[in-house]
Design a protein around this ligand. Structure first.
Ligand code: FUL
Length: 701
C-alpha cells in the first residue's frame, strides 16, 4: 500500500471507530444509587406509633410510649402485603414528629424500650429489617427532623442528637435504599415540658450538607429524599399527582444564585414537572397514602384505595418516570387491615397480568438510523431485551429518528412502554406513536419526558401488526426498551353523589354493567338491588356500590354520609362570605373570607341551624379542594346550641398535616350531644388572612 493510501485507510478506520463509540452523556446524570432507585419504581412508607392509638396524624410530643403495644405485630404480614402489591421495598417511619423512636435509641429515653411491648425489649425496626431480608425486599428509613418531644429541638444541640439517631439507623439495620427527610418543621410542641412554639429557619437550621455527608458515607446506596432532594424530590402534594410531563432533572428555584438543592424550601418552589435540561438529576417521588391519612384510623376503613385506583396511581407516577411511595398504616394490633391487604394484592394481580407478556417481544425492529451502522452494539433489537441499559442509538447528528416494529400478525394492546438508557442522561424531548391502520400510519398518542420509564396508556385497546415510534431529541437518540402490553379487564368503582336535597345518584363513567348497591354496610353482590333511579338518603349512613356482571365484579365504592342538609340554614357568618357553600354538598365551592374587606379577623365563625334536633356524634370539615393553601384551618372550636343564642363548646383541637394532605377531617365528640344548632369556629389559619372551607357535616350514627 502506498503511504497516502495507508493514511486514508487509517483515517477511515478511526472515523468508523469514532462513529461507533458510545454517545456522549447528555446533561445531568443519575448516581449509581439513583439508578438502583429508578429500577425499584415502587415502595411503601409505613406509619405507626402513638398516633395509631390516639387517632391522630401528628403527635404533640408528650405521648406515653406505653401506648404503643402492638401485641400481634408481624412485620412479615406488612412487608409481605407490600410485596404482593408489586412493591420492592418499605420505608419505615422510625421517628415521626412526636419524637418517639420505634427502635431502642440511646439518644433519648423517649423510645420503644419504654413501652410494655415485649417488656421493653422490642425493636420495631429490627423486625422490619428481618422481614425484608426474608422476603427479598429493600429497607429505608424516615427519621423526622422536627421532634416535638426533644427538649433541645430548635437549639444547635439538637442537631447532634438528630445525627446520632441517623447514625444508629444507618449502622444497625443493614443497607438502606433511601433516607427520607420530610419537610414539616417547627411549631408548637411539648419539647421536654416547655410546651411552647419553636420556630426555626428551615433553610439553615439543620445544616443539611453535614447531615447528608453522614448518609453518603455510611449508606452510599441510600437515595436522600427531601423537599428538593438532593437524591429525589417531593412534588408538593401527597396525592401522588405528577403532571404528564415530569422531567427527572431539576433546577430548584433559588432566591440566590448558586443555591443548590436543599430541604426546607416552601411548597411553591417544588417542581411537579421538573426542569427540562435541569441542573441536577433529581427525579420525583410521589408519596400518597393508601387511605386518606398516613396513620391508621378505623373511620377510614371504607376509604382504602381500590386496586383500580392504585393502578391509576401507578400509571401516573411510575409511568411518568417517577417513583410511587404508597403509605401503609398498620393498626393497633400491629397488622395491616384485611381491606388494605386485599387492595394491595388486587394491585399486584393487575400489574402481574398487565406486564406478563410483552407483545413486542417477537417483533422485527428496524430503525431509520443506526449509530455507526453498528447494529451489534446499537441496533434496534436492543430495545427488546430486558436490559434497561442496552440501547439503540443514532449517529450524533441524527436527532429525529424512528423505530418500526413488525409484530408478525395483529396484536391488541393499550400500553406502550418506552425507556431511555438514563446512564446517558435524559435525552429525548418527546415521542409520537403511530400504528399501521388500513395501509397507512395513524397517530395513536405520544409523550414528553421519557427517562427511566414512560408508559403511554391508551383509553381503548388498539389492534395492529405494525407500530412506529418517532423520537425527537436535541442530541443523538438512545432508547433502551419498547414494550407493548394489554391491561386485563377490570372495572373501576362507580361514583356516588348526594345533592343538598338528600337525593343520591350512582353512576359509572367507565362501565355499562349494572350497578349493585347496599345501604347496610354489606358488600354488594349480584343479588343486591340494582341501581335504577336517584333515591333519598337524607338520614345518612353507608352506601356501597359496584358495577358487576357474572363475568366480572367491579371495585367497590363506599360513601359514608352524615345527615342530609336539606333544611339547613346558615344563621351567622361574615357577610358576603358565601357561607351557604359549606352546606351545599358540593366540594368544589367554598365559604371564603379571604376577600379584601373580610380578611384579618380571628376567630371566624359560621353557625348553622339544622332545622331539627339531632344526636351529634361527630362533625366533618372538608378543607378547600382547589389545591390552594390560603385559608386552611389549623385550630378549631366546635360549639352546639339548642336555641342558636347560647353556645356550649363541645370540642376544640388541631387539624394535622392539612396543608400537605387536605382530606376530610372527621372529629368524634367526647360524648354524643343533642343539638339543633352548631357553630364551627376557625381559631388559627395556617396561611393567608381568612378562612376557606369547602364543606361541613354532622354524623349522627
Ligand atoms: C409529612 C408529615 O407531616 C406527615 O405526617 C407524613 O409523615 C408525610 C409522609 O410527611 O411531611
Amino acid at each position: 500500500m502506498k503511504k497516502t493510501g495507508f493514511f486514508i485507510g487509517l483515517l477511515a478506520l478511526s472515523a468508523n471507530l469514532f462513529g461507533q463509540s458510545a454517545p456522549k452523556p447528555y446533561g445531568a446524570l443519575p448516581t449509581a444509587a439513583q439508578l438502583k432507585w429508578h429500577e425499584m419504581e415502587m415502595y411503601c412508607l409505613i406509619h405507626f406509633g402513638a398516633n395509631t392509638y390516639l387517632d391522630h396524624e401528628w403527635g404533640y410530643g408528650d405521648e406515653d410510649p406505653n401506648l404503643v403495644n402492638p401485641v400481634q405485630f408481624d412485620a412479615r404480614q406488612i412487608v409481605g402485603a407490600a410485596k404482593a402489591g408489586g412493591f420492592k421495598g418499605v420505608i419505615v417511619v422510625a421517628k415521626h414528629h412526636d419524637g418517639l423512636c420505634l427502635w431502642p435509641s440511646k439518644t433519648t429515653t423517649h423510645n420503644i424500650s419504654q413501652s410494655k411491648w415485649k417488656n421493653g425489649k422490642g425493636d420495631i425496626l429490627k423486625e422490619y429489617q428481618l422481614a425484608c431480608e426474608q422476603l427479598g425486599m429493600k429497607l429505608g428509613v424516615y427519621c423526622s427532623p422536627w421532634d416535638r418531644n426533644n427538649p433541645e429541638y430548635g437549639k444547635p444541640t439538637y442537631l447532634d442528637i438528630y445525627r446520632r439517631q441517623l447514625k444508629e439507623l444507618y449502622s444497625n439495620y443493614g443497607p438502606l435504599f433511601t433516607s427520607w427527610h420530610d419537610g414539616a418543621n417547627g411549631g408548637s410542641g411539648y419539647y421536654g415540658g416547655a410546651n411552647e412554639t419553636r420556630s426555626i429557619d428551615r433553610t439553615t437550621y439543620y445544616d443539611w450538607d453535614s447531615t447528608w455527608n453522614i448518609t453518603r458515607t455510611m449508606q452510599p446506596d441510600a437515595v436522600i429524599f427531601g423537599d428538593v432532594g438532593p437524591g429525589s424530590r417531593w412534588l408538593g402534594n401527597e396525592e401522588g399527582k405528577t403532571s404528564t410531563t415530569c422531567w427527572a432533572t431539576y433546577t430548584p428555584e433559588a432566591p440566590e444564585e448558586g443555591r443548590r438543592p436543599a430541604n426546607g424550601y416552601v411548597k411553591s418552589e417544588l417542581g411537579i414537572e421538573g426542569t427540562r435540561h435541569g441542573k441536577y438529576w433529581l427525579p420525583a417521588e410521589c408519596d400518597v397514602p393508601i387511605r386518606p391519612g398516613w396513620f391508621y384510623h378505623t373511620s377510614q376503613n371504607p376509604q382504602v384505595k381500590t386496586p383500580s385506583e392504585l393502578l391509576d396511581l401507578y400509571f401516573e407516577t411510575v409511568g411518568r418516570g417517577a417513583s410511587l411511595d404508597l403509605g401503609l398504616s398498620p393498626d393497633q394490633r400491629g397488622l395491616l387491615n384485611d381491606i388494605d391487604v386485599a387492595s394491595l394484592k388486587g394491585l399486584g394481580d393487575l400489574l402481574r397480568k398487565t406486564f406478563a407478556v410483552n407483545l413486542a417481544k417477537q417483533a422485527t425492529v428496524t430503525a431509520s438510523n443506526i449509530r455507526g451502522n453498528n447494529s451489534t452494539e446499537y441496533g434496534p433489537q436492543q430495545v427488546l431485551d430486558a436490559d434497561r441499559y442496552s440501547y439503540w442509538a443514532t449517529d450524533d447528528e441524527v436527532t429525529t429518528a424512528s423505530l418500526t416494529l413488525d409484530l408478525h400478525g395483529a396484536k391488541t394492546f393499550n400500553i406502550i412502554r418506552i425507556r431511555e438508557n438514563i446512564k446517558l442522561g435524559q435525552r429525548i424531548d418527546s415521542v409520537g406513536v403511530d400504528i399501521m391502520k388500513n395501509g397507512s400510519w395513524t397517530s395513536i398518542g405520544g409523550a414528553t419526558s421519557i427517562g427511566a420509564n414512560r408508559l403511554i396508556r391508551l383509553d381503548k385497546n388498539v389492534t395492529t401488526d405494525k407500530i412506529r415510534i418517532r423520537v425527537y431529541a436535541p442530541v443523538s437518540i438512545t432508547v433502551s426498551d419498547i414494550g407493548l402490553y394489554k391491561e386485563p379487564p377490570h372495572i373501576k368503582a362507580p361514583m356516588i353523589k348526594r345533592e343538598k336535597s338528600g337525593m343520591v345518584t350512582i353512576y359509572s363513567e367507565q362501565s355499562t354493567a349494572p350497578i349493585y348497591y347496599t345501604l347496610d354496610g354489606s358488600e354488594p353482590t349480584l343479588k343486591s338491588p340494582v341501581y335504577k333511579h336517584p333515591f333519598s338518603f337524607a338520614d345518612g349512613g353507608t352506601i356501597k356500590a359496584r358495577s358487576a356482571s357474572k363475568a366480572l365484579m367491579g371495585d367497590i365504592k363506599t360513601r359514608i354520609y352524615g345527615i342530609g342538609k336539606k333544611g339547613w340554614k346558615v344563621i351567622e357568618a361574615p357577610l358576603n362570605s358565601h357561607a351557604d357553600n359549606v352546606i351545599d354538598e358540593d366540594e368544589h365551592t367554598d365559604w371564603n373570607t379571604l376577600t379584601p374587606g373580610l380578611a384579618g379577623k380571628i376567630p371566624v365563625d359560621v353557625a348553622i341551624d339544622m332545622g331539627a334536633t339531632h344526636l351529634i356524634k361527630a362533625f366533618t370539615y372538608l378543607p378547600r379542594q382547589d389545591k390552594q393553601d390560603e385559608g386552611l384551618i389549623g385550630k378549631y372550636a366546635f360549639y352546639i346550641s339548642q336555641d342558636g343564642r347560647n353556645w356550649e363548646k363541645a370540642r376544640a383541637g388541631d387539624f394535622h398535616n392539612i396543608e400537605a394532605n387536605p382530606v376530610q377531617q372527621l372529629v368524634i365528640l367526647d360524648h354524643p350531644v343533642k343539638a339543633r344548632y352548631f357553630k364551627f369556629s376557625a381559631l388559627h389559619i395556617n396561611e393567608g388572612d381568612g378562612v376557606a372551607v369547602a364543606e361541613l357535616g354532622i354524623i349522627t350514627r
